[in-house]
Design a protein around this ligand. Structure first.
Ligand code: MLT
Length: 227
């Protein structure tokens, strides 16, 4: 479990990478594809993403937790839950989540998207694999954030592999101590407070819902799709 900025490319090579950004990019990606979106193109740059509008893509852009100017969508998973965007292709850029994907996609053997929303389905899928698995926590602008670490701890426990990683041990303990009230534990977390300031409390609760979906989201030819 590492923050994108701490990763050296040799740590990624040949590994299965699970990218997680609980608030909210990976939660939104899983929700969108589970609700019929055809595919998601993660884009690092706002202007590059805007250009896809002319090619018939819906464009989703978020910076600092808010919808970016000139975009069809921000980064709320709740924008996709009643399948109103089913069949659409979405070009998406977010502050941290799409950036984390761009940092690992060329070296990883496979990139998957992790969220509490599909955590057991993802763990059950990866249990059968022998590869090393690296959980990449998107964090916030290069800094650690606690919700992604909680996912990493929960995911490690769900997949049940032996490990000798102190960071993983710490995150498992963190999840064990807070799993009965994740929202309460995260009230003081920086990104939860940022979303509360934007009156996005419903997003927080939805992103912390476990096993809402059984779908697995992976990257194929630079596009996020359902397995
Ligand atoms: C991100 O990618 O950093 C987050 O999803 C930001 C957000 O949507 O609040």
């Amino acid at each position: 479990c590492l923050s994108p900025e701490l990763i050296h490319l040799h740590q990624i090579k040949g590994k299965i990478v699970v990218v997680v950004d609980i608030f909210r990019a990976s939660s939104t990606m899983v929700t969108a594809l589970a609700n019929g979106v055809q595919c998601i193109l993660p884009v690092r740059d706002l202007e590059q993403c805007r250009a896809y509008k002319k090619e018939g893509w819906k464009i989703a852009g978020e910076r600092n937790g808010q919808q970016a100017d000139g975009f069809d969508l921000g980064n709320s998973p709740l924008a996709y839950t009643n399948r109103q965007l089913s069949g659409e292709k979405i070009a998406m850029t977010t502050t941290n989540g799409t950036r984390a994907i761009s940092l690992v996609q060329n070296e990883a053997s496979e990139v998957l998207i992790g969220a509490f929303l599909n955590i057991n389905a993802l763990a059950n899928y990866l249990k059968a694999m022998n590869n090393d698995i690296l959980v990449v926590c998107a964090g916030w602008k290069g800094r650690f954030n606690v919700e992604d670490a909680l996912f990493a701890g929960a995911f490690s426990m769900a997949i049940g592999r032996k490990h000798e990683c102190d960071a993983t041990l710490a995150m498992e303990a963190l999840f064990q101590s807070s799993k009965n009230n994740l929202a309460g534990f995260l009230q003081k977390a920086s990104h939860a407070k940022r979303l509360q300031n934007h009156h996005l409390e419903k997003d927080i609760d939805f992103c912390l819902t476990l096993n809402q979906y059984d779908e697995i989201v992976f990257l194929q030819n630079n596009l996020l799709k359902l397995k």
